[in-house]
Design a protein around this ligand. Structure first.
Ligand SMILES: [Zn+2]
Length: 299
């Protein structure tokens, strides 16, 4: 795996183009704007949370994980699924608008439209409060713990909910044969994470969720992240899962210690630039403050 990833990287550096899988099926597929990971699974970034997708080697059907915004979803479909009338599945990692805003574009073309039950409730609530932008249809199928679909070519898509974290309705979407897993916003790569307690998110439990994810997948799994700091990749390995789990643990330890010492929340925010022992997380000042505030409420 390491060697393969090294080859991907060096090939990209040489060609200066989108990564091409070395193990492409009958259809060597390399759409513009998208990056292939392996086994015809790739990701697309334009605006908002990373879209993951599976484009079967036969060229028929396919899977889309998250949808960014309506305009980005249109561009994505045009580049990755041009000419295809129907997809097998649209599935969301959670309800946030930068991951579901384009669902109205993609869901009508998809045989199944799925999300975690709490993600559906969260989406229903945010849709009821919507004052602008395009309405998002609600998922037709929901699940509480896990959900699986076997595609006509044998690839298996499994969604699993590991408990409250970024929201109360996060799911990890795993392409089992390819061993690629989309984490949605359960991992912000080297960027202070957003957290949504109003939608059931919990930072302390998020630490446990990352521990469960580390055990549920293996060292060959390629993870797709919802967001990354500029110049950091939106894919990575189990080591990145462990590093992010450490970030959350160190944040908890730090806030708890300062609160016990009698430091006020305002003073804590004023003196903190990075979390002790987790200096790699240093991008996004506003969200750093949100992290301190939310953890403050929890410890
Ligand atoms: Zn989110």
């Amino acid at each position: 795996m390491r060697r393969r990833r090294f080859l991907y990287t060096s090939a990209a550096l040489t060609a200066g183009a989108a990564l091409r899988p070395l193990t492409a099926g009958p259809l060597a597929f390399a759409p513009a704007g998208a990056t292939m990971i392996r086994h015809n699974i790739g990701y697309y970034t334009e605006r908002g949370g990373t879209i993951g997708f599976y484009r079967p080697p036969s060229g028929a059907g396919g899977v889309v994980v998250d949808s960014q915004f309506p305009d980005a979803a249109e561009h994505f479909l045009k580049e990755v699924f041009a000419g295809d009338l129907s997809l097998d599945l649209l599935i969301n990692t959670h309800h946030h608008g930068d991951h579901t805003g384009g669902n109205g574009v993609i869901a009508p073309r998809s045989r199944a439209y799925v999300a975690h039950e709490r993600a559906r409730t969260n989406l229903e609530k945010s849709e009821a409060e919507r004052t602008e932008g395009e309405a998002v249809p609600l998922p037709e199928t929901t699940f509480a713990k896990d959900w699986t679909m076997t595609l006509p070519d044998g690839e298996i898509v499994t969604a699993r909910h590991f408990g409250a974290g970024h929201t109360g309705g996060d799911a990890v979407i795993h392409f089992e044969n390819a061993n690629v897993a989309h984490l949605g916003d359960l991992l912000f790569n080297r960027r202070f994470p957003y957290i949504d307690p109003g939608a059931g998110g919990n930072m302390t439990n998020w630490i446990k969720v990352m521990g469960k994810i580390r055990k549920a997948y293996d060292r060959d799994t390629v993870f797709i992240f919802g967001h990354a700091a500029e110049s950091y990749p939106v894919t990575g390995s189990r080591e990145d899962v462990a590093s992010f789990q450490d970030y959350l643990s160190y944040l908890r330890k730090y806030v708890k210690k300062e609160k016990r010492k009698g430091t006020s929340l305002e003073a804590l925010k004023a003196k903190t630039t990075t979390i002790p022992s987790a200096p790699e997380w240093r991008f996004g000042d506003r969200l750093r403050d949100v992290n301190l505030e939310v953890m403050w409420e929890e410890v």
